[in-house]
Design a protein around this ligand. Structure first.
Ligand SMILES: [Zn+2]
Length: 861
């Protein structure tokens, strides 16, 4: 045994020497050995360098003991990592988080990154770091499980040479710089988008000399490394925003966490389509079911201290820490809002499930420490969100291991982050490459618009400072509850706003102490009562019935999945209705159910939208007076105008989704209260929506922007910032953008396709009839006389849309019925514009229309 070990060591030593020496020297040594061979006299034993032990190799290093022990050389900073014998072949969790970044590069403080499972596997004198696939399940009792790895590629992220080995303990030592100073575990630099502008900000190449380990923290169950990645670009076209000090040298700080897999008997819970949790998708490869899903919902490991009690404290509560950077005056509101969730947990059998503590000013830990769940505040130059509530999990079980909430100060101020608020939601959604993360949340930006709209409303009504503060606190509470909901595992419920009727919402006695919608996980419109005396809550101040029920479905302790069936069977109750982002209608042509929408409120979204548009119009009349302050520029007035226009456009967008809409019911067959999965919107509601859109967005006098206001829509000059483009108010373009935002949906190929298809299953609004109605709404009122410039813009836009449907580059997306309708309406308009009546401007406009139509019809021939 001993001999064997020694032999092994000797072999190892030879290998080490060979590898350690440059190639030619190693060859020379080999040759030398051969030529020495014939010499008869016993040669003096060759002096081979002793293989160094772990202790010797780490002699001048600082030791960081924990789950993984690290050594950092005190002279060079070189990093070495120890792997214990029992850690080889075992699964670990990897998790990455951005410590600090720049939004220019799609990275920002607190952004969560990779969260996966890896193994360290020995291969001769090396170890490999191998990412594991968690997407498939094979029933171990099924013989098919023997081919569980068939056609599934593992991810070998790195291979490191073993530098030393403890023969007794089996511990090995490897160099770790290549693991953590390179993008081995995580891709940090985003690839360029297809078709990205050459002017776009780009990170340079990773600079291995400047990239460095900032800190190592090793604990019993996790080891964290903070690394500063520096990207070098000798020559930059776009130096980035003010957040980038030097576009040629950009730093991104990343926390890497290596975490022990919890071995705690946690029971995974599987996803159900009727309630909205974040999940890790797992497919059962040995199941013959049509739905072989074992999708793991993300939730905390809550267990009752007293399993027999109806309501018990949890063994381990979910503790949130308010970061010590939080403004003092907000701490109370924040704490109360977070604790509101305990009302939901009580219905799931837990009291004090959620606890809130305040990080002491002299705390010896920071928010990057994954052992703490922190509510963090930042005031970033280019805030990427208003709130962000990510969590990281054990990918094998879905158990949430930690979560943070990032909150941006700017959304609680009057500084508008985006200049363009006119129905350009899409721009908000995609301005960073991290926008496609499921945890990414724009409710903060949305709430800021609401809050500023509320401010304009309250100012117009001469509200007191106290009322104003109260409204802002409600907005803050709604934001906090929403983000905490994310960290509890809940995704958005954009359908929840259906809870109350407009009449109920306008009555403070009805809504007192209640949530305004089924869920705080929605993006609601602000609740404004037409009568100031009956005004109740502006925002939700407690969690909604859906939230309570979702927590019950996710957290009620059960012995088997079947015990959850009675809870899930309640999903058909109106107050528990659910539809997430994937089903929602914010992008034109996307999804199908108009109730699953953002910026809406009440079970009559058309009526509520009309109310919001009327309110916007009324406020528009008075803002010049209310927002012009002596000694100040008109910046705030211009912003208030933007907010009013933005809300007006959002309300129009909400209504447009009724046209060609189909209600979706995700109840299971035979479930009590279930309806058929697809029910088209009634003819009456589709017509109501079109009529309101015609009146408020398409009619000749739809946008009544007071003319004496336009002269004052002036942003304050700052340096040379008008170099970007002329500063004058571009009213025609703004109005057209607002109209485009609804027309994009109303003439979308998906919408027109669905109108035709749904005629077969209940839709009574014939697509051709609808297109004809839309054309009449855009032309009939003024085509025989003078056409004002807003209508000219709209009519040209519409004719170009019809042209695009038959001959444009996107025309193949439209079905034949839509093309026929487009041609029919072009011919209709042609007969109308033949009159060439009206003033010079109107004549020119009609000639323009005629030319476009004739050319299009000619092209089709
Ligand atoms: Zn959200």
């Amino acid at each position: 045994m001993i001999r064997l070990k020694r032999n092994l060591l000797l072999t190892m030593a030879v290998v080490m020497v060979t590898v350690a020496l440059p190639m030619n020297e190693a060859l020379a040594q080999k040759k030398k050995k051969k030529s020495d061979a014939p010499v008869v006299a016993a040669p003096a034993p060759e002096k081979k360098p002793e293989k160094k032990s772990i202790a010797e190799l780490t002699k001048g290093s600082k030791k960081f003991e924990g789950l993984f022990t690290f050594y950092q050389d005190t002279v060079s900073g070189e990093l070495k990592m120890e792997v214990a014998k029992d850690q080889l072949g075992k699964e670990f969790i990897y998790f990455a988080q951005i410590g600090d970044g720049v939004t220019d590069a799609g990275t920002f403080r607190g952004a969560y990154g990779e969260n996966n499972i890896f193994k360290i596997v020995r291969y001769f004198n090396r170890v490999e770091f191998v990412k594991q696939n968690v997407s498939h399940y094979f029933d171990p009792s099924n013989p098919l499980s023997r081919s569980a790895d068939a056609n599934i590629s593992p991810g070998i992220m790195a291979s490191a040479k073993i530098e030393a080995e403890d023969a007794e303990k089996g511990t090995i030592l490897i160099k770790a710089d290549n693991l953590f100073l390179k993008e081995t575990f995580s891709q940090i630099k985003n690839p360029p988008f297809p078709g990205e502008s050459p002017m776009a900000f780009r990170l340079g190449n990773l600079d291995s000399e400047k990239t460095k380990v900032l800190a190592i923290r090793s604990y019993e169950k996790n080891t964290d490394l903070a690394v500063e990645y520096v990207y070098n670009n000798p020559s930059v076209l776009n130096g980035g925003s003010s957040a980038v000090t030097d576009g040629r040298n950009v730093s991104i700080k990343v926390f890497h966490s290596l975490i022990e897999l919890p071995d705690n008997g946690y029971e995974p819970r599987f996803d159900d389509p009727r309630v909205g949790f974040f999940t890790t998708e797992v497919t059962d490869m040995t199941s013959a079911s049509a739905t072989p899903f074992r999708d793991l919902i993300h939730r905390w490991d809550l267990r009752k201290k007293d399993p027999n009690a109806a309501i018990s404290d949890p063994v381990e509560p979910i503790v949130f820490w308010i970061e010590n950077s939080t403004p003092m005056e907000w701490r109370g509101t924040i704490m109360d809002a977070v604790l509101e969730w305990n009302k939901a947990f009580e219905k799931a059998g837990f009291k004090n499930a959620v606890q809130v503590k305040i990080q002491p000013d002299d705390a010896d830990w920071d928010a990057g420490d994954i052992r703490y769940n922190v509510l963090r505040w930042t005031s970033s130059p280019n805030p990427p969100f208003g709130g962000y509530g990510p969590s990281f999990v054990n990918p094998r079980t879905g158990q949430i291991l930690g979560a943070d909430i990032m909150l941006e100060f700017v959304y609680h101020t009057n500084r508008v982050v985006y200049d363009k608020l006119f129905g350009e939601e899409a721009a908000l959604e995609t301005h960073t490459s991290l926008g496609n993360q499921p945890h990414f949340c724009f409710v903060g930006a949305h709430l800021q618009n609401n809050m500023m709209f509320g401010q304009a409303f309250l100012r117009a009504h001469g509200a007191s400072d106290l009322e104003m503060e109260g409204m802002k606190k409600e907005a803050m509470a709604e934001l906090l509850m929403h983000e905490v909901g994310h960290t509890l595992g809940l995704n958005h419920n954009m359908k929840a706003s259906q809870l109350f009727s407009p009449k109920e919402l306008a009555d403070k006695n009805v809504i007192e102490g209640k949530a305004l919608s089924g869920s705080v996980m929605d993006y609601l419109a602000i609740n404004l009562s037409p009568d100031k005396n009956t005004q109740g809550h502006y925002f939700s101040t407690t969690v909604g019935p859906y939230d309570v029920w979702a927590i019950q479905a996710g957290y009620t302790p059960v012995k088997s999945q079947a015990e959850l069936d009675p809870i899930l069977a309640l999903s058909t109750k109106p107050e528990l209705t659910f539809g997430n982002d994937a089903d929602d209608m914010r992008a034109p042509g996307k999804a199908i159910d108009p109730r699953v929408m953002i910026g809406d409120l009440s079970n009559d979204q058309i009526a509520y939208s009309i109310h919001m548009m009327e309110t916007s119009k009324k406020l528009m009349e008075g803002i010049k007076e209310k927002y012009s302050k002596e000694g100040q520029s008109y910046q705030e007035l211009t912003q208030a105008y933007s907010v009013l226009m933005g809300t007006y456009t959002t309300a129009g967008g909400v209504m447009s989704r009724y046209i060609g809409g189909v209600y979706v019911d995700r109840a299971m067959a035979g479930q009590e209260g279930a309806t058929q999965p697809y029910t088209p919107v009634s003819l009456k509601d589709q017509k109501r929506a079109l009529d309101a859109i015609s009146k408020y967005m398409l009619a000749p006098n739809a946008y009544q922007i007071p003319e004496d206001l336009i002269n004052y829509l002036a942003r304050q000059r700052r340096g040379f910032n008008f170099f970007g483009g002329p500063e004058d108010p571009k009213i025609h373009q703004q109005v057209l953008n607002s109209q485009r935002s609804v027309l994009a949906h109303m003439t979308h190929p998906n919408t027109l396709q669905r109108m035709v298809d749904s005629e077969l299953y209940g839709n009574e609004y014939n697509m051709a009839t609808y297109m004809s109605d839309l054309t009449k709404a855009i032309f009939d009122a003024d085509i025989n006389g003078n056409v004002n410039t807003f209508r000219q813009n709209l009519q040209i836009e519409y004719v170009n849309t019809l042209k695009g449907m038959v001959t444009g580059p996107q025309s193949n997306r439209y079905n034949n019925f839509a093309k026929s309708a487009a041609l029919y309406n072009l011919n209709y308009i042609k007969t109308k514009v033949n009159n060439s009546s009206g003033n010079v401007s109107s004549k020119a406009h009609k000639d323009h229309l005629k030319l476009v139509i004739n050319n299009t019809l000619e092209d089709v021939k």
